[in-house]
Design a protein around this ligand. Sequence first.
Ligand code: AMP
Ligand code: MG
Length: 403
Amino acid sequence: MNPVAKAIKIIKDETRALESERVELSHALGRHLAEDIIADTDLPPFDRSQMDGYALRAAETTTVPAKLRIVGESAAGRGWHNELNPGEAVRIMTGAPVPVGADSVQQVELTRELDGGSEVEILEPVSLGRSIVKRGSEIKGGETVLRAGEKINAGAVAVLASFGYAQLSVGKRPRVAILATGTELVAVDQKPGPDQIRDSNNFSIAAYATPAGATVERLPLAGDDIAQLKRQIAGAAERCDIIVTSGGVSVGRYDFTKTVLQELGAEIFFERVALRPGKPTVFARLPNGTLVFGLPGNPVSVSVTFNLFARVAILAMQGAAETELEAATAVLSKTVKPARDRDSYLPARLSTNENAQLLAEPLKWGGSSDFVGFVRATALIIIPQATGVVEAGTRVGVVRLPE
Ligand code: AMP
Ligand code: MG
């Protein structure tokens, strides 16, 4: 049985990035860059004042009050483009260019204008370079600001705008079909009859897949019926890059997902992972190239296996540099008794204590079907196979669940 890390490696090896597409900057948020982003100008593009005040020579303010002649005004978007001579000052606003000859800005609060604005008295000495952001100090034209594979967040959108990227190349979104299987399932708007339950996996998988960048299609619920499963999977494969099923991958008499994948000629890369919860997870590829993740039916197993495995493929198809959940170490706040024969990924809630230490609190949960207990989880505690009891206070590895 593959350990989790091996299963993830197999997924990365078998997933090809989709091609890129051009999008308008206003549609770039959350996408992944398919090109390096290069600064087309220095930033700031000129020596820029950080304050409203007076541009001057610092050496002329060592004895205060110092009287200087006001020779002009530099405002944002309307600079003063002469040279400042000794004994002179220029009234300057935040964001305005600092004139040649000035080396510092004294803020307006530490000055007083005299003679109806022809002179200014500097009340406090200014240190050299004060309140000036030098041209190119943030970035130089030609430098790489962001790299292909990075996810575009709000900060990146600002960077892209600053360097003139009205359109840009991003990885295409994978089309993901979601299929919940199980004869016991009824739709969310139905009242379950005896022996029935409402489907939740179709919705939780969509809720995880969408922020990961997928375009999601929820298929109609499928019963445990080979012909129906075959029809639905084959149909979805024609228009989707990835199919994520839930249920029917275990060893029960009505678990047909693997049978159906075999009958459709799929290459099965793994059909079990040494993982708790989530052991019967299947990863396969249909003859036309569509990837299939067959997740177990239990809602908590779905959350764990989707985020550990299917999410990796969704991100890799977009060319993402980071495809795995963010890892961290935390101090275990309660003793846990994990499975010995598999890697355990235990639902947990992270918090920070008064010493700024990250704490992981294992959640009380009734096993892989207890998704009500799972609601509060923000992370999974990783206890490697064969570890045995882990005492409270031990440092453990965790991965954060996406928000
Ligand atoms: P299975 O993997 O098909 O053996 O299902 C394991 C458990 O998960 C069973 O109790 C199922 O009823 C439950 N289950 C399967 N699919 C869903 C679903 N879409 N929503 C909620 N529970 C499910
Ligand atoms: Mg089932």
